[in-house]
Ligand binder design. Structure first.
Ligand code: ZN
Length: 345
């Protein structure tokens, strides 16, 4: 029996040293110490030995087991250490694989650029919930009751909230302007603030229209505010965003919440004003509506229209981004197509 134990030990040491990988070592361990292993046979036979021999053989067998376990442990450490060493064949000059890095969506980047430009001119950034009420979407903005924009063809009304009261009849905001009234109600004049965000319209989509799109509105309200101060603000912002001088022109426009209202065009940056396909050969691009807040809107915000005047603009973020990168289909920006979006990294 002692000879068998000696032979298990010498054979065990040999095959442990021969194991080159952790998998091989696992097999060796099973062979030596497993339920069907050679040592297990010895333990099974001990009860059958003469009583006088059992204590000594038992002690030797346990001792052998401990030696094998210790050998297996140190061999495992050796294999692990070796596998973590850098091979002498390792080529440090082969270029590595650079990790994938994300980037801001071009619309988000434009929004941040506008935020920076407005902040540098002393504006506050104001954000509000995308769900609003009929009261703030229409009533407080001087929309007459029969105005077509109130029709469900344009606005997404929330099911189960058609309560009959404009205050609790809820919708996805069809525009941002309602947020301005809430801001006027909760802050003290004079006001200089912007309110960016996504708005929703139930419209058919085409190259220039999406059902969900971004707006970026800015409002100044002050005593003795002049119209030209507003125009200068618009040109300063656009020049900062595009990094070159931008001129604007204004044409008469109509929106219920402004009086007077106008459409602001900027000179086409693609052709420099000489005419191209982007500007439909007129040299100007319609970039945003604007106007002076209607007296009823100022009243809804708690201001006296005989004391305060304002200047309001609604910047089409998508339109500006299209202009910045010369992309002519708005739907590409909302497509989540990484092949398209990675171009702006
Ligand atoms: Zn042009």
């Amino acid at each position: 029996m002692k000879e068998r134990l000696d032979s298990i030990l010498s054979e065990g040491k040999k095959i442990i040293e021969q194991a080159k990988t952790l998998v091989e070592l696992q097999d060796v361990k099973a062979f030596l110490l497993g339920k069907q292993g050679s040592l297990a046979e010895i333990f099974k036979e001990i009860p059958k030995l003469d009583v006088s021999l059992r204590p000594e053989i038992g002690r030797l067998a346990y001792n052998l087991k401990e030696q094998l376990v210790s050998r297996l442990d140190s061999r495992r450490e050796e294999i692990q250490l070796k596998s973590s060493e850098i091979s002498e064949n390792f080529d440090f000059t082969v270029p590595g694989v650079s990790p994938l890095s994300g980037s801001l969506h071009p619309i988000t980047q434009m929004c941040y650029d506008l935020n920076d430009a407005f902040r540098s001119m002393g504006f506050e950034i104001f954000e509000e919930s995308e769900i609003t009420s009929e009261l703030y979407a229409f009533d407080k903005l001087n929309f007459p009751p029969e105005h077509p924009a109130r029709d469900s063809m344009d606005t997404y009304w929330l099911a189960g909230h058609d309560t009959g009261s404009p205050e609790t009849k809820l919708c996805l905001r069809p525009h941002l302007t309602g947020a301005s009234v809430r801001y006027l109600q909760t802050h003290k004049p004079p006001y200089r603030f912007v309110y960016p965000g996504r708005v929703y319209r139930n419209e058919s989509t085409d190259a220039r229209h999406e059902r969900a799109f971004y707006q970026y509105e800015a409002l100044i309200v002050d005593r003795n505010l002049t119209f030209s101060a507003g125009k200068i603000m618009v040109e300063s912002i656009l020049s900062k965003v595009f990094g070159r001088k931008v001129s604007t022109r204004m044409r008469v426009g109509f929106f219920p919440f402004v009086e007077p209202g106008f459409e602001i065009d900027m000179n086409c940056l693609v052709c420099g004003g000489t005419g191209c396909s982007v500007c439909k050969h007129v040299g100007w691009i319609e970039i945003m509506p604007g106007g002076m807040p209607h007296p009823n809107v100022l009243r809804a915000g708690g201001l006296d229209p005989s004391e305060f005047t304002g200047f309001y603009i609604n910047i089409g973020l998508d339109r500006l981004v299209m202009m910045r990168y010369g992309v002519d289909d708005i739907r590409l920006f909302h497509s989540s197509d990484l092949r398209f979006l990675k171009q702006f990294n």
